[in-house]
Design a protein around this ligand. Structure first.
Ligand code: MN
Length: 483
């Protein structure tokens, strides 16, 4: 461990590159299916993905649309002119011998991402973001004298978002990664399923005692916010440790060992000239009209900040606001309940829908489980909340109704009826029972009337018994007093 004293002498600088998988049906340049999650290797491939001679790529329009939406989510607009280039390197999972990417004219330039960290606002500038085709996947079976190549992922459309080196701690790196994740999900650009690698983070870290930046390392393919934080933290400690011992930091690419919670050296870092970038002559440039861009802007889904403002106006505290915003489906529901029925109902809905949020939301099962059927749920949530406000349901009974309602999308009145959970708040019906109980228990009734309140618990118990537990205790107390 490096002491705080030594650590405080160094400035930490972090930049992040993030690959976001665009949610298209087909690949960036071929008609092959884009969902490689559970597919048998090499079944989602065609002549283009195999890089067969003479096969010509055709740009997927949907990918351009999603990248344009991403531009707005990054606080800017898509470039009116962008084009594709070839980045050459040789690896078995890259049949063309080059990756198709955007080097000279990316679709997004500039932009910024602002988020709140420990109550303070932090802005990270975006240098650029470019579209590119993913490579395939190589596996090296233990003990075998061969490697396996699966091209299902080859050609998957990615948006690589490159930040400026504006972060100065592991916490800021994690905060940025989380905000990027939220924005990509809200903008409906990507499924952003971290478990399936829909978003992968590469962190560039350097430390320096002077105004000049130190030598940086790039730790690649982190797929959770926590591993982003830990990898930065680990590199800061390692690099300061080296410098303090009079050694140097080697500029290199490193990997992340999740089991060991440490980074490890992979290969020395290439300089860009080694990739021999050149414009791809097979793909025409992308030219977007003002009208096209205006149309994207007009149809942008609401972003996290819009919801944050709405929930703060509703009177939720900062922590609860973030908890609701953490899951777009929940935020949408609560937001609609607020728009339709006001803050009392919306607060109740937020409280019901919030489960303890897992840090990083990187558990795929949890993400699936939180997906609720949304069509009729806004109406249902308002109805359920109204039932509680009207004392027709106890809060325990409301939770029970909620569970079924979220699963089935059924009307809460129907569910409460079927489960026999309705409280009898019909004052006439309760008054009848109260009258009967008072008549049957003249001594207790007399005590209460004489100001001896101990007996009231007994009387309420009797009423509950007669009503089979459904008489709203509050209504009957006031009724037995007035009787
Ligand atoms: Mn890339």
């Amino acid at each position: 461990m490096i002491s705080d004293d030594i650590r405080s002498q160094y400035t930490v600088t972090v930049g992040i590159e993030c690959h976001v998988q665009l949610k298209t049906k087909t690949k960036l340049f071929s008609g092959a299916d884009n969902d490689a999650r559970e597919a048998v290797p090499n079944t989602l491939v065609n002549h283009i993905d195999f890089g067969l001679p003479g096969a010509l790529p055709v740009l997927n329009e949907k990918a351009v649309e999603l990248a344009s939406q991403a531009a707005f989510a990054l606080g800017t607009e898509p470039q009116r002119f962008s084009k594709f280039d070839r980045k050459h390197y040789f690896y078995p999972d890259l049949p063309l011998g080059y990756q198709i990417t955007q080097f000279y004219d990316p679709i997004i330039k500039d932009g910024s991402v602002t988020f709140t960290l420990d109550g303070e606002s932090k802005t990270v500038r975006i240098h650029e973001a470019h579209m590119e085709a993913d490579a395939g996947k190589s596996t090296h079976p233990a003990g075998a004298d061969y490697s396996l190549v699966d091209l299902n992922r080859a050609g998957t459309p990615l948006l690589e978002i490159v930040s400026e080196p504006d972060m100065h701690s592991a916490a800021e790196a994690k905060g940025y990664a989380r905000e990027l994740y939220l924005r990509m999900r809200y903008a409906e650009v990507s499924d952003a399923n971290l478990y399936y690698g829909n978003m992968r983070f590469d962190v560039n870290v350097s430390v320096s005692k002077t105004a000049e930046l130190g030598k940086r390392t790039e730790t690649k393919n982190l797929n959770s916010f926590r591993s982003v934080e830990r990898a930065v933290e680990y590199e800061v400690e390692r690099q300061i440790g080296l410098l303090e011992q009079g050694e140097t930091v080697v500029q290199e690419t490193r990997g992340w060992d999740d089991a060991g919670q440490k980074t490890f050296s992979q290969r020395s870092k290439e300089d860009s000239y080694e990739y021999r970038y050149m414009p791809d002559p097979d793909i025409p440039p992308i030219v977007l009209s003002d009208e096209y861009v205006a149309n994207i802007a007009a149809n942008m889904p609401e972003l996290p900040d819009a919801y944050r403002e709405k929930f703060a106006a509703m009177g939720l505290d900062a922590k609860t606001v973030e908890d609701v915003v953490a899951e777009p489906a929940t935020a949408k529901l609560v937001g609609e309940v607020y728009d339709d029925a006001g803050s009392a109902h919306a607060k109740r809905a937020a409280f019901w829908l919030l489960k303890p949020q897992s840090d990083g939301s990187d558990d795929a099962d949890e993400v699936e489980a939180k997906e609720v059927k949304t069509s009729s749920q806004v109406k249902n949530l308002i109805a359920l909340s109204q039932m509680v406000a009207d004392n027709m349901l106890s809060s325990t009974a409301a939770k029970e109704v909620l569970d079924t309602m979220l699963k089935t999308g059924e009307d809460p009145t129907k569910i409460a009826g079927e489960k026999n959970l309705m409280q009898v708040s019909d004052e006439g019906a309760i008054a009848e029972i109260v009258k009967q109980v008072l008549a049957e228990n003249p001594k207790a009734a007399g005590d209460v009337q004489g100001g001896e309140m101990k007996a009231i618990g007994f009387l309420v118990g009797q009423v509950m018994k007669q009503s089979q537990g459904k008489a709203n205790p509050r209504s009957q107390r006031s009724l037995s007093k007035s009787n």
